[in-house]
Ligand binder design. Structure first.
Ligand SMILES: Nc1ncnc2c1ncn2[C@@H]1O[C@H](C[S@+](CC[C@H]([NH3+])C(=O)[O-])CC(=O)[O-])[C@@H](O)[C@H]1O
Ligand SMILES: O=C(O)C(=O)Cc1ccccc1
Length: 246
């Protein structure tokens, strides 16, 4: 049903900036699994974490949902009465396919949580009171100067006891750590069948589009946004996921 990612396999004279277009949507499940170490574990665990924190009759947001992998996991795990998921993405190609995947999932679950997929920009989308918010590898694509305001709005929308699950690629201030984990990440990609050319061209494509922060920047920003406590619950190489508590 989805294709193998060969988007960067042929040489380009100039590599265009990465965009979540039709081509990317078509290969996305394969691309993200072969590119992000720990992605399947993170997706499954998001369902477990959401199940612990979802409050009855509350909203759950999946911001930058892509094809809805985190939403699907939450629908498999969250048992709280009366919860609803709102999944938002600003890429039309993703939203269209996400709706199809979720309809297919409806048929497989006994009492699926209602899930609505919205085409929208999370930077200005108004958030209603909620108990769980997921930003699974999305914040790194939001302009750095817009990140604090977004997290502050999320914090304000979260009800007492609510949580934000934030997954990101990390940068490291220490050069040795940065180089070591970056090289291991390339080894991970090579082991998953990407060539050196594919790795290099993808790297150029995301260079100005996806801007990772350090762990310290995340901690500090989450605190500034009003979260009382945040900690890492998963890290594989330079990819991690955090929980931030209200
Ligand atoms: N301002 C924005 N508003 C809405 N969506 C946005 C915005 N900026 C970026 N996006 C969307 O955020 C998603 C990032 S992918 C998330 C994976 C998913 N969470 C997963 O659990 O599989 C991560 C990756 O590809 O590394 C894309 O679908 C963008 O269109
Ligand atoms: O591929 C990479 O190098 C990444 O850092 C992760 C990624 C995964 C999917 C789309 C864009 C970036």
């Amino acid at each position: 049903m989805t294709d193998v990612d060969k988007l960067f396999a042929t040489p380009f004279s100039k590599v265009a900036d990465f965009a979540f277009d039709e081509q990317v949507a078509r290969v996305f499940p394969d691309m993200i699994k072969r590119s992000v170490p720990g992605y399947p574990t993170i997706i499954e665990s998001i369902g477990l974490i959401a199940a612990q924190h979802a409050q009855p009759q509350s909203l759950i947001y999946d911001l930058g949902c892509s094809l809805g992998a985190a939403t699907q996991s939450m629908r498999r795990h969250v048992g709280s009465e009366g919860c609803q998921i709102v999944a938002i993405d600003n890429a039309a190609a993703m939203v269209e396919r996400c709706r199809e995947y979720l309809s297919a999932q409806d048929a497989m679950l006994e009492e699926p949580l209602p899930a609505q997929v919205v085409l929208g920009d999370i930077v200005n989308y108004p958030l209603a009171p909620c108990s769980v918010v997921v930003l699974n590898f999305t914040l790194q694509f939001v302009k750095p100067e817009e990140r604090l305001a977004l997290l502050t709005r999320i914090r304000q929308a979260l009800q007492p006891g609510g949580v934000l699950i934030l997954s990101e690629k990390l940068n490291f201030a220490d050069t040795n750590t940065q180089q070591s984990l970056e090289q291991l990440h390339y080894a991970f990609k090579r082991a998953n069948g990407y060539s050196d050319l594919e790795i290099a061209q993808k790297r150029s494509a995301i260079e100005y589009v996806m801007l990772p922060d350090t762990q310290e920047q995340h901690q500090q920003r989450l605190q500034q946004a009003g979260f009382s406590h945040s900690h890492i619950w998963f890290q594989c190489l330079n990819f991690c996921s955090m929980i931030a508590h209200t």
